[in-house]
Design a protein around this ligand. Structure first.
Ligand code: FAD
Length: 304
């Protein structure tokens, strides 16, 4: 069987693409290596996606998944390891199978770089967050921690300083890598404390984050501090390593597309957080899903 459109990744971008493509009355498959929902599954509360004043990330993922499942879309739970195109047909290889498709949409998103320390995996979504804009307001008048020293860490700390009682920034180097103006602003805030040359070596808490162990990387001294939340900004990694031989990635691994979200390979589209863009949110991922699928459908019809 040959799919008209195969979509890789069932986050908000991939599910939207599937809904749009299936409405074009085409044979559509959606391949996901984990659970549908993508990064929103790790979001405590979403309050900036129109239509839902406030919704838990898992619940939003379920609503999207139910709507997608009502369409004529094949859900395939496998990990895509390579894509290649020959004679106008794509071969999408997974850890288990090979699929053929006329057009492919890559919607594999990105993953937050974790610190990989004890307690982290267990407390993600229970006090550990990767998005101050999304979750900061849950910690009004609380003491929170930010880990990182780049632009995201400093800018999100500025936001948190206006919402939370105090913000402690832990950075592993002796100076910030962020924009100097933003660094000056953060240093001027009375409720921001900065701990340099240090990192978190353990997250602690039973059902939610309660405390962290911070180690000074120069002296080896360890201190335990109490926080209601920790926001981690150790960077992101686009989930695109399986595409590195196709010549469609920029130097950081994000996918280069035209305004219709097609890559330099005709019929190969990309959508959502894995694409080069400034704002990576659910609303922009959903927008990309609709644009890429609309053009993928046009492309498939043009082959007939
Ligand atoms: C903690 C957190 C909180 C957030 N809160 C908000 C918020 O409140 N509001 C907001 O608008 N945005 C929020 N965001 C951002 C938002 O979640 C993302 O912008 C959005 O999920 C991007 O959607 P996507 O479909 O592009 O990618 P993703 O959501 O990353 O989905 C990609 C999917 O592709 C799958 N995949 C990856 N590689 C493969 C492969 N090789 N084979 C098969 N499947 C693969 C992944 O398993 C994943 O399910 C938050 C992000 C995080 C991490």
């Amino acid at each position: 069987m040959i799919y008209d459109v195969l979509i890789v990744g069932a986050g908000p971008a991939g599910m939207t693409a599937a809904i749009y493509a299936s409405r074009g009355n085409l044979k559509v498959g959606l391949i996901e290596r984990n659970v549908p929902g993508g990064q929103i599954v790790y979001t405590q509360v979403v309050e900036n996606y129109p239509g839902f004043k406030s919704i838990n990330g898992v619940d939003l993922a379920m609503v999207m998944m139910e709507q997608t499942a009502e369409k004529d879309v094949d859900f395939i739970y496998e990990d895509v390891t390579s894509i290649k195109k020959e004679d106008n047909l794509f071969t999408v290889t997974t850890n288990e199978n090979e699929y053929k498709a006329k057009a492919v949409i890559i919607a594999t998103g990105q993953a937050n770089r974790k610190l990989s320390v004890p307690g982290e995996n267990r407390l993600i979504g229970r006090g550990i967050s990767f998005c101050a804009l999304c979750d900061g307001s849950l910690y009004k008048d609380k003491d929170v921690l930010v880990v990182g020293g780049g632009n995201s860490a400093v800018e999100e700390s500025l936001y948190l300083a206006g919402v939370c009682k105090s913000v402690t920034i832990v950075h592993q180097r002796d100076e910030f890598r962020a924009d100097p103006e933003a660094v000056d602003k953060i240093k001027d805030k009375d409720n921001v404390h900065i701990i340099l040359d240090s990192t978190v070596q353990r997250f602690m808490g039973t059902d939610k984050l309660e405390a962290v162990e911070i180690v000074n990387l120069k002296t080896g001294d360890v201190q335990e501090m109490k926080f209601s939340a920790a926001f981690l900004y150790a960077g992101h990694l686009p989930a695109t390593s399986f595409l590195k031989d196709l010549g469609i990635l920029d130097e950081r691994g994000y996918i280069i597309t035209d305004q219709n979200l097609m890559t330099s390979i005709p019929g190969l589209y990309a959508a959502g957080d894995c694409v080069i863009k400034d704002v990576r949110q659910i609303a922009t991922a959903v927008s990309d899903g609709s644009i890429s699928a609309t053009h993928a459908v046009k492309y498939v019809r043009s082959l007939k």
